[in-house]
Design a binder for this molecule. Structure first.
Ligand code: SF4
Length: 327
């Protein structure tokens, strides 16, 4: 007999079609580790019921590496920390196009352009817009951008260029955010995320688990996302980068990582929940199980500053599990 909290979640999310609220997530967070496999099974059923059997595959493109003015404590691209990231200037448009072609060839349907900045300068914005226009003419890719804090004018220009989706992560709860970053605020992040929705662009908004936050923070983070209703929620697990303030943190326990993914699925049943950075290092041999914990998308390695496993291994996993890779 499954744990009563799992049964309550089944009744509410599957039969009642109502996302889990904070009280239910607290119950789920407290179920014993031995019950986690049953929780993952439920999250997998919720994914199938709400999202079908398709898995969305994405490639990230770091179009300007390092040298960022901000102090996000997990990030090796901050200019404030002595890390192994060598800053590189903004790529030329041809560089964007070559990587987008490669992403399409590798089997991705989504291409996310990332620029390590607080917010885009006119030069960055113009370059990203020009590259997006050319990618959309040439390739059948969803184009997402991650350009930091945005204004109304930025969003109008991005939408006009053909950008489909904007990534702007909240990273954690409002309460924990000051422990993650001090050079900008949670409120600024929330403002950008809300503006993305107001401009009718798809919102990709998630965060990083394993930065020392409490269970309460994780649940508050999910509740803020529930209110925002992002189309996509990327979930990263902290991969502690040498030289960053979080560089000596321990990896998240795999069962806690998967419990969180399942909680995210119960709180956000309709969203594309995507495994992003830290999947391989945190889950190691449990990645197949991870794909059965409620996620409906993956990022192919490489990530922004860290490697991943070979594409063939990920596609073999999806095939082995009977998923349909979305075209
Ligand atoms: S997460 Fe983004 S804003 Fe923060 S330091 Fe890294 S590149 Fe800069």
């Amino acid at each position: 007999m499954p744990h009563p909290a799992i049964e309550r979640a089944r009744e509410r999310v599957i039969h009642g079609r109502i996302p889990a609220d904070a009280a239910l997530l607290h119950e789920i967070a407290a179920i014993p580790a031995a019950e986690v496999p049953a929780l993952l099974d439920l999250a997998d059923v919720v994914r199938t019921e709400y999202c079908g059997n398709g898995i969305a595959v994405e490639v990230l493109y770091n179009a300007k590496r390092g040298g960022c003015s901000e102090d996000c404590n997990f990030c090796s691209q901050s200019a404030r920390f002595a890390t192994d990231v060598e800053p590189e200037p903004l790529a030329e448009v041809e560089g964007f196009l070559a990587t987008a072609r490669d992403a399409h060839r590798r089997g991705a349907t989504e291409f996310c352009i990332v620029v390590a900045v607080r917010g885009p300068s006119k030069r960055v914005l113009d370059r990203v817009c020009e590259a997006t226009q050319r990618i959309k003419v040439e390739l059948p890719l969803t184009v997402a951008v991650s350009l930091g804090i945005l204004t109304k004018e930025h969003l109008i220009a991005l939408a006009a260029a053909g950008v489909d989706k904007v990534n702007h992560n909240l990273e954690s709860s409002e309460r924990y955010f000051p422990k993650v970053c001090t050079t900008h605020t949670f409120a600024e992040r929330l403002k950008t995320a809300r503006m993305v929705k107001a401009h009718h662009l798809e919102l990709c908004c998630g965060g990083i688990i394993g930065m020392g936050e409490s269970v309460e923070d994780r649940i508050d983070f999910l509740m803020t996302l529930q209110e925002l209703r992002p189309e996509e929620v990327p979930i990263n697990f902290l991969n502690p980068r040498p030289g960053t303030p979080f560089g000596a943190y321990s990896l998240l326990e795999p069962s806690e990582a998967l419990r969180f993914v399942a909680m995210a699925r119960l709180a956000l049943p309709q969203s594309l929940i995507r495994f992003a950075g830290g999947r391989e290092i945190t889950l190691a041999g449990l990645q197949d199980l991870g794909m059965r914990s409620g996620a409906s998308g993956i990022v192919l390695g490489d990530y922004l500053t860290t490697g991943g496993r070979a594409d063939a291994e990920d596609f073999a996993m999806l095939d082995r599990l009977g998923f349909e890779v979305l075209a």
